[in-house]
Design a protein around this ligand. Structure first.
Ligand SMILES: Cc1cc2nc3c(=O)[nH]c(=O)nc-3n(C[C@H](O)[C@H](O)[C@H](O)COP(=O)(O)OP(=O)(O)OC[C@H]3O[C@@H](n4cnc5c(N)ncnc54)[C@H](O)[C@@H]3O)c2cc1C
Length: 446
């Protein structure tokens, strides 16, 4: 009996989770075993993170346990520490006791996404909120609520302004959707429940280093989003960068200093140090360079996709953009090519995809969308956004949860409860070892 091939997927986000789903449909468990490793034990539906930050949705609405998708696969909640391409060995650090373990593979899928890029600016990193994880969204919502509570208790207009100034740096999808959401949330909440706050003290600021916002969409839609946001009270500052920040200010490259206690950074992403340290070809920004079949040139058993992969677009000569939409399409090709390789079929499938549309929400019942060459803005774009994303949620349960949360928000006021910090139990001293650690394995080899 030939031994079962080991398929190892790293990352349980848009790329990894969809490769898992596709492989489980295509592959006979008698021939191969599948293992997925991810830092969190859930899949996160990132396009709806800004709605969690504003309290429109609950964190559970946009997360689904990875085990839910594991029909025949094994799941490890752990951090991938390193990948040894020569020995076909992945080192993972378990979440609950911090111990290292080694996993062998025959086929490897790299889908660990991206991390925030502060471009080495420590002051901004230390003094800003981000919107990449569900914890980020919870922290941001707590911060917004805290600022409103503090502002409501001061009679000083200067302090109220400082507490109620929210500055978002980065005017791509994440930044624009975040400012749109929190602008609506803060203004509505103040009107509804904070009579001591003077609404002219609310300042919403969006900083773009380019001369436009939403560069992912066309110029007309970027301008339309800008006009809408300015109409609802957002100040948009273009052609500047945030260069410094403290607890209560942000400094811009044109010399302006904005007094504010909430800075939200969406200024860029990069790959994590584990990906950068891998011994293979990388793009200039540190992503894993793959060929048109989404595999490494030097290691045909290793595939990469999503935000951590640099995938050449032969039509444009550029790399495909890092979006969930692309990661989903890439996952189908990766799964198909692994199946073909397992079957000994060398006619691998090429990845080629050109997006038929992009859209963003920009506030209360407002959106912008570019669909099959048509530019749509306003309520219709917002309805299309909601319908599209609702339909593409991974489970019926999340669809129902989100449908209910949206309905509640249509008929009732915003929820202003601020749930505090939680405590995590440390299990470092508890011996829960079941298999030899990597260090033990290596020492016994000496
Ligand atoms: C606020 C926001 C809004 C967005 N809106 C849109 C949108 O509207 N449309 C769109 O197409 N895209 C959108 N995106 C981009 C989209 O989320 C990403 O392009 C997409 O998630 C990339 O998929 P991925 O699988 O590469 O990474 P991810 O989905 O980020 O998944 C990476 C996975 O790897 C895990 N991981 C990371 N490091 C390790 C490690 N060392 N060890 C183990 N596991 C690890 C993570 O826990 C995660 O599960 C948005 C992103 C954000 C942040």
């Amino acid at each position: 009996m030939p031994s079962k091939k080991k398929i190892l997927i790293l990352g349980g986000g848009f790329g990894g989770m969809h490769v898992l789903k596709e492989l489980q449909k295509k592959i006979d468990v008698k021939n191969a075993s599948i293992t997925i490793v991810s830092e969190d034990n859930y899949f996160l539906y990132t396009p709806m993170l800004p709605e969690v930050a504003s309290g429109m949705l609950n964190p559970r609405d946009i997360t689904t346990a990875i085990r839910y998708f594991c029909v025949s696969a094994k799941f490890y909640q752990a951090t991938v520490f390193s990948v040894d391409l020569e020995q076909k060995l992945v080192t993972i650090t378990r979440k609950f006791d911090g111990k290292d373990h080694a996993l062998e593979y025959d086929y490897l899928v790299l889908a660990v996404g991206s991390i925030n890029n502060f471009f080495g600016n420590k002051a901004i990193e230390e003094n800003s909120f981000t919107i990449k994880t569900v914890e980020d969204a919870i922290e941001l919502r707590n911060q917004i609520l805290l600022m409103m509570e503090i502002a409501a208790q001061t009679g000083s207009m200067g302090l109220q302004q400082k507490f109620l100034t929210f500055t978002v740096v980065g005017a791509g999808f994440a930044g624009v959707e975040t400012i749109g959401e929190i602008n609506h949330f803060v203004r509505k909440s103040v009107k509804q429940a904070y009579p001591s706050i003077v609404d002219t003290n609310i300042n919403m600021i969006l900083i773009s280093s380019r001369n436009e916002i939403l560069p992912e969409l066309n110029k007309k839609l970027g301008e339309s989003a800008r006009a809408y946001l300015e109409k609802v009270g957002v100040r948009i500052i273009t052609n500047v960068k945030a260069i410094n920040a403290g607890e209560s200010y942000v400094e811009l490259s044109d010399g302006e200093i904005i007094p504010c206690t909430t800075l939200i950074w969406t200024g860029g992403v990069t790959t994590n140090s584990m990906i950068k340290s891998m011994n293979c070809e990388h793009s200039k920004d540190g992503k894993i360079l793959v060929d048109k079949y989404l595999k490494l040139k030097e290691h045909s058993e290793v595939f990469a996709l999503g935000d951590c992969a640099a995938i050449p677009d032969v039509d444009t000569g550029k790399f495909y953009p890092p979006t969930a939409q692309h990661a989903l399409r890439e996952s189908k090709i990766v799964a198909e090519n692994i199946k073909k390789t397992l079957d000994g079929d060398s006619s691998l499938k090429e990845f080629s995809y050109h997006s038929k549309g992009m859209m963003a929400t920009i506030g209360d019942k407002a959106g912008v969308a570019s669909l099959m060459g048509h530019s749509i803005s306003g309520v219709l774009a917002w309805v299309i956004w909601r319908t599209y994303y609702l339909l593409h949620l991974p489970t019926l349960e999340t669809k129902i949860r989100i449908g209910i949360s949206w309905a509640i928000n249509l008929f009732f006021g915003t929820d202003l409860t601020r749930i505090g910090e939680t405590k995590m139990k440390n299990l470092h001293k508890v011996e829960i070892d079941d298999t030899p650690s990597l260090k033990d394995q290596l020492l016994s080899d000496l």
